[in-house]
Ligand binder design. Structure first.
Ligand SMILES: Cc1cc2nc3c(=O)[nH]c(=O)nc-3n(C[C@H](O)[C@H](O)[C@H](O)COP(=O)(O)O)c2cc1C
Length: 183
């Protein structure tokens, strides 16, 4: 078994001014800083075009193998999600529909950007599906930030949110590494 840890940060918002993408970048930097020798990869769905899952021909898309490989080789994954209509944005769900079993037994943490405070349970549908279908281990302390956590330029102004992202990153490392050692 490769003992060098491997982490992946996925940004799923297609908005060029995405706030969850800002959160994802902070997580990526934290993992690089805290993860010592770990390999940290970045997957931005604004940079990699993926088809909408149709349960058929979409699985033959040429961009899919590289994306699946990034997920498969990761010990732990942080997924940054925009909240739309009281649920995870469709691109995050679409990614899981396209890559399915690649998520098996991964440790997964979520970063959510929302407009308001009341959608804080929105990520649970996605979390449940990862747990039930692929036995992913979901880190309970996900990060939820509403519009007040950001300035007009999209930078994070709420230091508590930044600290929670760093905490989630360190939890991802701690849990993934413990599971790797125990395997
Ligand atoms: C179609 C749409 C639906 C949205 N639905 C919600 C919602 O249910 N709850 C909420 O708090 N914010 C909602 N928002 C606000 C977004 O969550 C917010 O703009 C967030 O910053 C999106 O993440 P992003 O900046 O990474 O794209 C919605 C925005 C859009 C465009």
């Amino acid at each position: 078994m490769n003992m060098k840890s491997n982490f992946l940060v996925v940004s799923t918002s297609l908005n060029q001014d995405s706030k969850s993408r800002v959160m994802a970048k902070i997580a990526c930097d934290s993992l690089k800083k805290l993860g010592a020798e770990a390999e940290v990869n970045w997957l931005d769905l604004q940079e990699v075009e993926l088809p909408i899952c149709d349960g058929g021909r979409a699985y033959e898309h040429p961009n899919l193998p590289a994306v699946k490989e990034l997920i498969e080789k990761a010990d732990g994954i942080i997924v940054a999600i925009p909240i739309y209509n009281y649920a995870s944005g469709a691109m995050a769900k679409n990614l899981i529909e396209l890559t399915g079993r690649a998520w098996t037994e991964k440790t997964v943490g979520f970063l959510c950007a929302a407009g308001g405070r009341s959608s804080y349970m929105s990520v649970m549908g996605l979390a449940n599906s990862l747990m039930l279908d692929f036995r992913s281990l979901i880190i309970p302390s996900f990060v939820y930030a509403d519009g007040n956590a950001f300035d007009d330029a999209g930078g994070i102004t709420d230091e508590a949110v930044r600290a929670r992202i760093e905490k989630l990153s360190s939890e991802l490392i701690r849990i993934s590494n413990s599971l790797k050692r125990a395997a």
